[in-house]
Write a protein that binds this ligand. Structure first.
Ligand code: E4P
Length: 219
């Protein structure tokens, strides 16, 4: 399972990269705005800065919602670095744009996916990744993980190449459950990745080992 970090924060991306478990980054317009990155040139430079840190795919989202503009924007983003994956929303023009990009060999991430039907369309259009937002489904009392399960079944039935990128991950239990179901990738906050490290028995066991060592070395 690939681990992507869902942020535009360079410090957090560096921290995850230094941990040695990072396979890529996803961003979206809200995450870019959260870092105060505005203006076309700054946004493009920020994507380049992310690509310089990480070894792996970096999703950069188009802002346009009509086909021609998405193509223009996506092609400009793809030219920035080979790591760039053009993130396109699940709307009619977005599906057409994904098809176009796939014929041109440009990687895509179909975002804002909330149903198995949308995921099927994204795969048919040739998306590299499909991003079902599990946390946002959980937020409206729907089972986000059940959607990952459904998409896994459909993609396996037809051997679609599109990778299931479980998005809107909120905590480490989401990561584990996505791994059990067989999501190809998960993208989540650094805190959810670091929470996988934690177990109280690890902490108490280590404290015991260190204190026994300390006592023995004083004898
Ligand atoms: C996916 O690529 C999105 O950036 C992201 O996972 C959205 O998550 P949120 O629901 O935490 O905003």
């Amino acid at each position: 399972m690939k681990f992507f970090i869902d942020t535009a924060n360079l410090e957090q991306i560096k921290e995850a990269q230094d941990l040695g478990v990072l396979d890529g980054v996803t961003t979206n317009p809200s995450l870019m705005a959260k870092e105060g990155i505005t203006g076309e040139e700054n946004i493009l430079n920020h994507y380049k800065a992310i690509c310089d840190i990480v070894d792996g795919d970096v999703s950069a989202e188009v802002i346009s919602t009509n086909y021609e503009e998405m193509i223009k924007e996506g092609e400009a983003l793809a030219k920035l670095d080979d790591k760039i994956v053009v993130k396109v929303p699940m709307i009619k023009d977005g599906v057409k744009a994904i098809k176009y990009f796939s014929t041109k060999g440009i990687k895509t991430n179909c975002t804002l996916v909330f149903s198995a039907g949308q995921a099927l369309l994204a795969a048919k259009a040739g998306a590299t990744y499909v991003s079902p937002f599990i946390g946002r489904l959980d937020d409206i009392s729907t089972d986000g993980l059940a959607l990952i399960d459904e998409i896994r079944l459909i993609y396996d039935n037809y051997a679609f190449d599109t990778q299931i990128l479980a998005a809107s991950v909120r905590h480490s239990a989401h990561i584990l459950n996505c791994a059990k179901i067989g999501a190809d990738v998960m993208t989540g906050p650094l805190a959810a990745i670091l929470a996988l490290l934690k177990h109280p028995l690890t902490d108490s066991g280590l404290a015991q080992f260190l204190s026994d060592h300390e006592k023995a070395s004083k004898k």
